[in-house]
Write a protein that binds this ligand. Structure first.
Ligand code: AP5
Length: 218
């Protein structure tokens, strides 16, 4: 049966960092709604142009377009074994849509690891983040520096700082998270799927805690 893992956590909690490691370990596709929007933006699609207007303000892209985009991605053959979802769902409506689309695939969410990190840590993490242009690999100038400044260790592409990591936008992203996404913690806890992991620990310790939580739930 296909496995669907939903990584939950505030902006900067380490979802993207951990998703890449975990997806590789279990041979699952890493499906990041933020990466899908950024890919559309790079390719100058209509969806990318629409998403940009919301992303640059730190607001959520409307549910209907986001759900349609993720549905299309999960329906592709490379997601037949399941997926590691990063950044989706982000609202109760998206969570219900995910449950429904997985039901259509004869599957369900397997586990929801929640990476808990306090707000003051998030701002520092996002202001020091560098992302690779080619494949979205993530670094931090202090906590996870690349071997050569400005160059991705994995694919040699250029590292850049995201537009929405500006302090004012980060503040709004955290506010939006608290208002619209944090209710999912309780939603998945009530469904018996939530496993909380301390995201303030070093990256490798968070990975180990997540792997243990996933193994236990599987
Ligand atoms: P998205 O791209 O999903 O951004 P996000 O959720 O805000 O999360 P981030 O990517 O900023 O953080 P992360 O948790 O992945 O942390 P990372 O691993 O990079 O969304 C962007 C925008 O797209 C949204 O604002 C919205 O507009 C739109 N969008 C996306 N999905 C949507 C949806 N479903 N519905 C509607 N709109 C949507 O780590 C951060 C930094 O910390 C890195 O530098 C990393 O090296 C470092 N780090 C990681 N772990 C540790 C650690 N343990 N210790 C020290 N440093 C660490």
């Amino acid at each position: 049966m296909a496995v669907y893992i939903v990584l939950l956590g505030p902006p900067g909690a380490g979802k993207g960092t951990q998703a890449q490691l975990i997806a590789q370990k279990y041979g699952l596709m890493h499906v990041s709604s933020g990466d899908l929007f950024r890919e559309n933006l790079k390719n100058e699609t209509e969806l990318g142009k629409l998403a940009q207007t919301f992303m640059q303000r730190g607001e959520l892209v409307p549910d209907d377009v986001t759900i349609a985009m993720v549905r299309e991605r999960l329906g592709r053959p490379d997601c037949q074994k399941g997926a590691l979802l990063d950044g989706f769902p982000r609202t109760p409506t998206q969570a219900q849509a995910l449950a429904q689309m997985l039901q259509e695939f004869n599957a369900a969410v397997s586990v929801v690891p929640y990476i808990a990190v306090p707000e003051e840590v998030l701002v520092e993490r996002l202001s020091g983040r560098w992302t690779c242009r080619k494949n979205g690999h993530v670094f931090h100038e202090k906590y996870n520096p690349p071997t050569a400044v400005g160059v991705c260790d994995y694919d040699g592409s250029e590292l850049y700082q995201r537009d929405d990591d500006l302090p004012a936008t980060v503040k709004n992203r955290i506010k939006v998270y608290q208002e619209q996404t944090a209710p999912l913690i309780q939603y998945y806890r009530e469904n018996g799927l939530l496993v909380e992991v301390d995201g303030t620990k070093p990256i490798d310790q968070v990975t180990n805690a997540l792997l243990q939580a996933i193994e236990k739930a599987a």
